[in-house]
Design a protein around this ligand. Structure first.
Ligand SMILES: NC(=O)C1=CN([C@@H]2O[C@H](COP(=O)(O)OP(=O)(O)OC[C@H]3O[C@@H](n4cnc5c(N)ncnc54)[C@H](O)[C@@H]3O)[C@@H](O)[C@H]2O)C=CC1
Ligand SMILES: NCC(=O)COP(=O)(O)O
Length: 341
């Protein structure tokens, strides 16, 4: 049995709602896959009540064999959600952030990561966290992508969002815009391209990935008149990889790269910064896209949206991205074990 761990993220956001809606809809695509929520069972029970959803919340005992507990409790009706319990520090009110629950959010992530590393879980799927409230609580945290790199002790990870027909990876992630240019060095960009290329080959079965690379500056620097990063950093790095036979097209002006003329012949786009690539991806596929962390020894996918505090507890949040994230994790797991997807 494959066990997918899901962290609903910020308890005051829509993560718990989406998970409960997903389970209540009976959306799991295969009977040999089980979902375990790593969360506070009382919070999930209260949220299900608020949403008017009938979900049988079953708290697991982490010290005992998890697969055995799921097997022996299997039932058809009503939909069941197995929960690895992690207790909130304060009762959570939908829409109202509370610094006291930041440690809880981080603990759910650590539990999922440890379970994936030990092989207990096949993959982890994350709901949205609120980066601001975690920092307000005194924890330095810029995103799952960076936290996962730290916890898995890898030198670098790459954020890639994917929807039908478009994959966008980022050379930098959660940085103030004024720090972006300095963060793009030959070393960091080379590592990003290596991770992106290798994961497209090994995790997505694209034997010779074709990657479009955005410039950083308007018009890809206009020959050095609008910035020199393309000349001094990006082009030399691309030249170095082309010598290995890798198919890298760029640096191209980002404003015209995202057109069919270029995208039709590409497997992925590498954007230089968060808001260069993600608005395009979200314009194309918001709600039907997911976020995949590349460069990790474990599988992690996530929703394409944030905590949407305005919708928490309302039952109106769209589960489309969660479905996409869960399906992507399953597909990656099947690929990893050599099964047809
Ligand atoms: N994977 C993660 O953990 C992510 C976390 N965030 C965090 O979320 C917080 C809020 O970020 P925002 O920029 O406001 O983005 P957001 O995605 O939470 O909200 C943007 C807009 O999209 C709507 N929306 C989001 N998800 C929706 C869904 N499933 N169904 C229907 N409508 C939906 C919201 O109601 C809002 O109007 C921030 O702290 C940010 O860091 C943002 C993106 C990803
Ligand atoms: N815009 C994507 C995002 O902010 C999610 O980042 P992460 O938490 O997955 O690193």
């Amino acid at each position: 049995m494959r066990i997918l761990a899901i962290t609903p993220g910020e308890p005051a956001g829509i993560g718990p709602d989406l998970l409960l809606q997903y389970v209540s809809d009976g959306s799991l695509p295969s009977p040999d896959i089980s979902l375990i929520a790593i969360a506070d069972p009382a919070m999930l029970t209260a949220r299900a009540l608020q949403l008017g959803l009938t979900v049988d919340i079953r708290t697991l005992s982490p010290a005992d064999n998890i697969s055995e507990q799921i097997r022996s409790n299997a039932t058809d009706a009503p939909p069941a959600l197995y929960v690895w319990p992690v207790e909130l520090n304060a009762e959570s009110v939908p829409g109202q952030l509370d610094t006291r629950n930041a440690a809880y959010v981080l603990e759910t992530l650590r539990t999922a990561i440890t379970g994936c590393q030990s092989g207990q879980f096949t993959a982890m799927i994350t709901g949205p966290v609120h980066k601001g409230i975690i920092n307000d609580a005194g924890f330095s945290f810029s995103g799952h992508t960076e936290f996962l790199a730290q916890q898995c002790q890898v030198d670098q990870t790459v954020m890639m969002l994917a929807t039908e027909g478009l994959r966008v990876a980022l050379a930098t992630t959660h940085l103030p815009l004024r720090d972006v240019a300095d963060a793009i060095t030959k070393t960091s960009l080379s590592r990003t391209i290596e991770i992106l290329h290798n994961d497209l080959v090994n995790k997505f079965s694209i034997q010779e990935p074709r990657i479009l690379v955005c410039g950083l500056n308007p018009h890809a620097g206009e020959g050095g008149h609008l910035g020199r990063e393309e000349i001094d950093i990006i082009s030399p790095v691309l030249t170095q990889f082309r010598q290995r036979g890798w198919q890298l097209n760029g640096p191209l002006p980002a404003d015209t790269l995202f057109t069919n003329k270029y995208l039709a012949d590409a497997d992925a786009v590498l954007s230089m910064f968060h808001d260069q690539g993600l608005p395009v991806l979200k314009y194309k596929g918001f709600g039907a896209a997911c976020n995949i962390t590349l460069g990790l020894p474990i599988i992690r996918t996530s929703v394409d949206h944030g905590t949407a505090l305005d919708l928490a507890g309302s039952g109106t949040a769209d589960t489309g991205s969660l479905v996409t994230a869960i399906n992507a994790a399953i597909q990656m797991a099947r690929h990893q074990s050599g099964q047809p997807s």
